[in-house]
Design a protein around this ligand. Sequence first.
Ligand code: NAD
Length: 244
Amino acid sequence: MAIALVTGGNSGIGKATAMLFAERGYQVAIAARRKQPLEAVKQAILSAGGLAMAVTADVSSLIEVNQMVDAVTTAWGPIDILIHAAGIAHEGTILDTNEALWDETININLKGTYLVNQAVLKHMVDRGQGSIVNVASDAGLTGGRNLAAYCASKGGVVLLTKAMALDHARQGVRINALCPGPVDTPMTEEMPEAEMAHWKTMLPIQRFASALEVAEAAYFLAHAEYATGSCLSIDGGNTAGGSI
Ligand code: NAD
């Protein structure tokens, strides 16, 4: 059975992706900071007849990331697919963003991508195979208002993904970025209703994506054998031009 590691696997896009990979026959390791929701997702996968393990880790910590990857490879063997979905968003212009918020956003979203990719990639390069999907954002392609640190972090994720893809294509590892637009997950549900309604009317498709729609795109990208260094937009047309 092939093995997938899904970070951020206890919520939103990561949870939907973990459930989808399990349904399609993968052994799925899910990782995030909070143990209780992780265990709940693990139980849901097990109850549906799948195979799952839960590992608590903060993706911005080198030690915890290495422990996470060791825990999976020791228990199950080498990771075939990484879906790196862990991330946070803080609203604010650069003037609203104090140093602590800036550091937290960059440490989790960008440094976390570096740490998790590095830890998994070492094993993939040794084996000469593997596929990584980093969940970036449309806000990392075009920028977006009132999300300065988030846009900076996700723009970094997109270009880190491209750089790694170039470095490791000849070693048999594919690395791609997924760029969702607004998705119905806990990350967006705290958005004021009026703001959400406004966004929806501005989007060409006029609604947010479901987490499952994004999970389907992550599954596709992870298996798209000729894709590396690409950014797949799944954003209701948001970055096609001129919507928001
Ligand atoms: P979510 O809040 O439901 O899930 C975020 C996940 O990341 C949670 O599992 C959380 O535990 C985990 N996480 C956060 N910080 C962590 C850390 N330091 N270490 C380990 N795990 C950590 O949000 P979501 O919408 O599912 O977001 C998943 C990814 O998709 C994020 O990278 C987000 O930036 C990206 N994204 C979301 C949207 C959206 O509209 N929801 C749009 C574009 C991109």
